[in-house]
Design a protein around this ligand. Structure first.
Ligand SMILES: Cc1cc2nc3c(=O)[nH]c(=O)nc-3n(C[C@H](O)[C@H](O)[C@H](O)COP(=O)(O)OP(=O)(O)OC[C@H]3O[C@@H](n4cnc5c(N)ncnc54)[C@H](O)[C@@H]3O)c2cc1C
Length: 328
């Protein structure tokens, strides 16, 4: 039997891909440290909290088809950090409302979308508030530099990037031509997101809707998800094409256009409190998408949704599969 060599591994990005990768590597006996530019883990599976409201402003729900991910979702449900969500779901198209016939089983984090990520993060070492901006390989080790703290003292055998392709590109372009080529193929689009808080409950006969042929593509009532409390809030996403084309709009202009469209859908937010979030890299994949990337010689890897289908399940799997490969 070959002896397992324990490695010291840095992972950049504590979204669901980085966390799944780290959790698996730790399970396999390696020493792992995550570096995350945000204040807390979860990335695009995040939840915004106000005084008396919450809103999932990134991921809306996730599905599970792969047996490995189904196992993970079952564990999250047993740990009470995820649950199925059964919204009254409609479709709006050509000014008409119809019922959605989608039979997907949808899951959400509870009490917020970030709960599964927080659960994975519990046993991991995460350096939050660290934007890694330079990487260097010297004498067989990786050295990291952070915008906030300068040189990171620890050095690592392996370095894994669990961040959107366009952000990974700027870090790997001078280091590895193959990684550069893959990240250049990542075709990610932005998403303008509006969060609307209502004084009173909104009287519409649905909890969520797919919207076609409008600048808005999705609306959902946060309180319809399990274990949510507080005031009525709705999450409103603009479609990927419109968002990408107008990603540089001012927040005020984006809000104005989305509010006009929301009114048409029965959500008149004129008298209510709204806030807007610009996701620069919301969705998209590399084509072809190899699930993950690993350069054995350089000991440099990439994982994330953009390498595996562009959704939560793909992101989780990408991280998990990369961890297995690093350890093999
Ligand atoms: C608006 C929106 C709606 C969505 N809806 C759905 C949905 O309904 N269903 C679904 O399955 N998926 C949905 N998705 C996609 C889903 O959120 C992603 O597929 C998944 O969360 C991606 O996880 P990830 O770990 O690959 O990347 P991310 O979650 O983006 O994680 C990357 C992390 O890296 C950090 N980071 C980046 N650069 C650096 C750096 N230089 N140094 C340190 N840290 C860095 C970021 O802060 C982030 O935390 C949606 C996404 C958005 C934005």
């Amino acid at each position: 039997m070959t002896k397992q060599i324990n490695k010291t591994i840095a992972i950049i990005g504590a979204g669901i891909a980085g966390l799944s990768c780290a959790a698996r590597l730790k399970e396999l006996g390696h020493h792992v440290e995550l570096f995350e530019k945000g204040r807390s883990p979860a990335g695009r599976m995040s939840t915004k909290r106000g005084e008396d409201w919450t809103a999932d402003h990134g991921t809306q729900y996730f599905t599970a088809r792969d047996p490995l991910f189904i196992q993970q979702v079952e564990k999250w449900m047993a740990d009470q950090v995820a649950a199925p969500w059964e919204p009254r779901l409609k479709v709006f198209e050509a000014n008409q409302w119809t019922a959605s016939h989608s039979k997907d089983i949808r899951y959400v984090g509870i009490p917020g979308m970030n709960a599964p990520a927080k659960q994975l993060a519990k046993d991991l070492t995460i350096h939050a508030g660290q934007t890694i901006d330079t990487l260097k390989r010297q004498e067989g080790k990786w050295f990291l530099h952070s915008a906030e703290s300068g040189d990171i003292a620890a050095r690592f055998d392996e370095l894994l990037l669990a961040i959107p392709g366009p952000q990974a590109l700027s870090l790997v372009r001078e280091l590895d031509p193959a990684a550069k080529a893959i990240t250049e193929r990542s075709n990610m689009k932005g998403c303008w997101t509006l969060m609307a808080r209502f004084k009173d409950n909104v009287n519409v006969p649905f909890d969520a809707a797919f919207v076609n042929q409008e600048i808005i593509s999705w609306i959902s009532r946060n309180l319809s998800k399990p274990k949510r409390t507080g005031k009525e809030s709705w999450t409103i996403h603009a479609n990927a094409e419109w968002s990408q084309e107008f990603i540089e709009l001012s927040k005020e202009d984006a809000t104005e256009q989305m509010l006009a469209c929301a009114k048409k859908l029965g959500l008149d937010c004129a008298e209510d409190e709204v806030s807007v979030h610009r996701w620069r890299y919301a969705s998209g994949t590399a084509s072809p998408a190899p699930a993950f990337y690993l350069n054995h010689e350089l000991k440099l890897g990439l994982c994330g949704d953009w390498l595996n289908g562009g959704r939560v399940e793909g992101a989780w799997l990408s991280g998990h599969l990369l961890a297995n490969k690093v350890s093999s």
